[in-house]
Ligand binder design. Structure first.
Ligand code: PEP
Ligand code: MG
Length: 598
């Protein structure tokens, strides 16, 4: 990594999304299309610009050959051969000639010349009828991104798979699929320009326990690889070239946090029961089968949400029924007799498969997502439902549908489960006929119609991440409106209460598996609203258990009664924070949003 010239301490502030403090060298990943320099060059600069173009192409060629080699080792030569096409595009004499002319004759700097030519070529190729040439347009976009990163001195995402030393990653954005592949030993922490607390990238950071900050606006453009930096995922701060004083202060924060977490170890085998005797089911959210270990370690009462999407992304083909069966049975067997709630596939929104053609949607979170996709892509749904049913004999599995918006979808999905049960019976494959089925309540219409849904399921789980986004019309990925994303908005609390009442009236239980459940400041409020279960990321679970065990249900009920009659989100939040702090002291409410010293 290059050593940038030393500058004084500089502080960048964003949104804290995953607690922890780390220090290391920065690796800045490029978003090549952002802020491409545009300037006229002098005659004497022409040779230098041509040389830079040549060097960037050589470097890109090396990178492609490396990736090709890695892919061919992993999956065989067939998949690696697509890179031949990339190399051909890179060496296309027409393209090189056009860029050279713009530099020599129009005196454009190389980045501009390259951008103009590649955009022109891509547009022309994309418009051609011939499928082969249209494919070349997407090769060209891929290649031009790499070349541009090399011209600008930025790393690309492939750098993440071959880091030679641990570092802090800075990027304009990181997709959930990229985040899922981060190696914790090499990526000490990360920060992005965009994003907010309930994006799946942020959720994964907490699950992987990688300190993270998002919503840094243009920081990725202002920083360069190689800087010494400190990232504080509690307060959402990045300090470049931290002074000795800053390092000393952060040393204390880290020690205090570690002592606090140590003190929670004793709670592992104790129940999550309030000090006046009300037991709450405290479960864990997981993203992959291997997370079963952390569920046991953190002292959870089972899995309240297994997000199965990560079995599907970062691979070239769909997982087979058998592969899925193995993954589900592994978790169920490891945690038996504790329940494992497996959520059916929630693709779409910010999670996509590269090989499943997805429509180019203007509003993906309102589009072809989750149960909607599964009810149309029957083969995918069938394989998953059969795998879950088959695994149900290996432990205490429950099944849950995401994004149910009304009764029709629920009935259709239930009918399919019955159909696949009949298939399995005919094939003599065992399954648990009494497997419980629940629905996520994460669309406002589902909360409002919860009484109808409650008659057809065994439990509800409130997906507050989406419920808040859809009720308040606040995109959960957008840092510019993150301040409007208010879990304590009276409308949200009323929807939660409505769902709880409908569930209890029908004699079924209701949990919360959205990130609101893992916010220690809101724990007493949710208990007071009557939820029976909280499902949170394993990293925060001991803290939530600590809080529950010190909460008095009578006080939680009073808080909820106040909140349901209050018109102001800010007042409800302040009152919730007060109660949470009163019952436990400031330490236990330190989450991703706060420093333990605050
Ligand atoms: C939610 O929406 O609250 C939820 C738990 O699901 P996801 O975050 O995966 O959309
Ligand atoms: Mg959701």
């Amino acid at each position: 990594m290059p050593e940038p010239s030393r500058v004084g301490e500089r502080v960048f502030r964003g949104i804290p999304v995953s607690g922890g403090v780390c220090r290391g060298k920065l690796l800045v990943l490029g978003k090549a299309q952002a802020q491409i320099p545009d300037r006229a060059i002098a005659e004497e600069e022409v040779a230098g610009e041509l040389q830079r173009f040549h060097d960037a192409r050589i470097r890109t060629r090396q990178q492609i050959l490396e990736v090709q080699h890695q892919v061919s080792e992993r999956t065989g030569d067939k998949d690696a051969s697509i890179f031949e096409a990339h190399l051909l595009v890179l060496e296309d004499p027409t393209l090189i000639g056009a860029v050279t002319r713009l530099i020599q004759e129009d005196k454009l700097n190389v980045e501009q010349a390259f951008r103009r030519v590649t955009e022109q070529f891509a547009a022309a190729w994309a418009a051609i009828e011939d499928e082969y040439l249209r494919e070349r347009a997407s090769d060209l976009r891929d290649i031009s991104e790499r070349v541009m990163n090399n011209l600008l001195g930025h790393a690309d995402e492939n750098a993440l798979s071959k880091l030679s030393e641990p570092c802090i990653v800075i990027a304009h954005d990181l997709a959930p699929s990229t985040t899922a592949q981060l190696d914790k030993k090499q990526v000490l922490g990360f920060a992005t320009d965009v994003g907010s607390k309930t994006s799946h990238t942020a959720i994964l950071a907490r699950s992987l326990r990688i300190p993270a900050v998002v919503g840094l606006h243009g920081a990725s453009q202002q920083l360069a690889s190689g800087y010494d930096a400190l990232l504080d995922g509690f307060t959402g701060t990045i300090v470049i070239n931290p002074s000795d004083q800053t390092l000393f202060e952060y040393g204390q924060i880290v020690r205090k946090q570690a002592d606090f977490l140590d003190s929670l170890r004793d709670l592992r085998d104790k129940p999550a029961v309030t000090c006046d005797g009300v037991e709450i089911i405290l479960s864990a959210n997981i993203e992959q089968a291997a997370d079963a270990d952390s569920v046991m370690e953190c002292g959870a009462a089972g899995v309240g949400l297994f997000r199965t999407e990560y079995l599907f992304i970062n691979r070239e083909t769909l997982p087979t029924e058998e592969e899925q069966y193995q993954a589900y049975r592994q978790v169920a067997a490891a945690l038996k007799p504790q329940p494992v709630i497996i959520r059916t596939l929630d693709l779409g929104g910010d999670k996509f498969l590269s090989h499943l053609t997805s429509p180019n949607e203007a509003n993906p979170f309102l589009g072809w997502r989750a149960i909607r996709l599964c009810l149309q892509e029957r083969d995918i749904f069938r394989a998953q439902l059969r795998a879950i049913l088959r695994a149900s004999v290996e432990g205490n599995i429950k099944l849950m549908y995401p994004m149910i918006s009304g009764l029709e979808e629920l009935l259709q999905a239930n009918a399919l489960v019955e159909e696949y049960k009949a298939e399995l019976r005919a094939e003599n494959l065992p399954f648990d006929d009494a497997l419980e089925i629940g629905a996520m309540i994460e669309i406002p219409s589902a909360a409002v119609n919860a009484d109808a849904l409650a008659k057809r399921v065994k439990f509800f789980s409130l997906g507050t991440n989406d419920l808040i986004q859809y009720s308040l019309a606040v995109d959960r990925l957008n840092e510019r409106i993150a301040h409007l994303y208010e879990p304590t908005n009276p409308a949200i609390l009323r929807l939660i209460k409505m769902t709880v009442d409908a569930a209890h009236k029908q004699g079924i239980w209701v949990g919360v598996c959205g990130e609101m459940a893992g916010d220690p400041e809101l724990t007493p409020l949710l208990l007071g609203l009557g939820v029976d279960e909280l499902s949170v990321t394993p990293g925060i679970l001991p803290q939530i258990k600590f809080l529950i065990r010190r909460t008095r249900m009578s006080e939680a009920n009073e808080l909820a009664a106040f909140a349901l009659n209050c018109e102001s989100s800010a007042e409800i939040l302040a009152r919730s924070q007060n109660l949470a702090r009163q019952v436990t002291g400031s330490l236990a409410t330190a989450s991703a949003g706060q420093s333990v010293l605050a």
